[in-house]
Unconditional design. Structure first.
Length: 207
């Protein structure tokens, strides 16, 4: 399925000059992973504490872009500069899920009428990451199919936040938008699990 994740190689190319400087400065992948998590908690906390001040929502698209850059850089540092560790892998998986929850759950306070839709979106977002890890645990490759992967969620929420500031009336659509996004995230789980099982079948046939 098409996904924002498909443009990741180009995004990584843009970040490569910064990657070299970070490596020379002694920055480790875990530093970036923890920074992404702490930043997400801070941004989510501000939104949770000021739900009636939509202007703070402008922090979301800016931070989500920074978070995507940090997520890309930590993986690139680990792979390209021989900094991969088991602790890093654990922090990466937990950090992604906790960051999503920290950023997205507070949106239920911004639009209480859409609270259950936001919660459903958060739960299915967690399941998409679990589906990817589960396939890997079974011996398949890690799959990142859409249509509602991590990058797609960031684009959706960043766009909704920006629209809510520019045109507050769009807040009324959050209920059905987050419900639709939750359904797409559930579809994403199915896509990832199906791809993992197919990969395992191919490996079994090859052996």
């Amino acid at each position: 399925m098409p996904s924002v994740y498909d443009i990741k190689p180009r995004f990584q190319s843009l970040l490569r000059p910064l990657l070299a400087r970070l490596a020379r400065a002694g920055v480790r992948p875990n530093h970036l992973t923890v920074t992404a998590l702490l930043g997400s908690v801070a941004v989510g906390g501000v939104i949770l504490l000021t739900p009636q001040r939509p202007l703070w929502l402008l922090a979301l698209p800016a931070w989500l872009f920074v978070r995507m850059a940090l997520n890309a850089l930590d993986g690139m540092l680990a792979r390209e500069h021989d900094m991969s560790t088991r602790l890093g892998a654990v922090l990466n998986e937990f950090g992604d899920v906790l960051s999503d929850l920290a950023i997205y759950l507070p949106l239920a306070a911004v639009r209480p009428e859409a609270a259950w839709s936001v919660v459903a979106f958060c739960l299915t977002a967690m399941l998409t990451e679990f589906a990817g890890v589960l396939g890997q645990a079974l011996g398949a490759r890690r799959f990142y199919q859409g249509p509602m992967g991590k990058s797609d969620r960031a684009l959706l929420v960043g766009s909704l936040a920006l629209l809510a500031v520019v045109a507050p009336a769009t807040l009324e659509s959050w209920g059905w938008v987050f419900s639709a996004a939750a359904l797409l995230a559930a579809w994403t789980c199915g896509n990832r699990l199906h791809a993992a099982l197919a990969d395992l079948d191919r490996k079994r046939e090859a052996s």
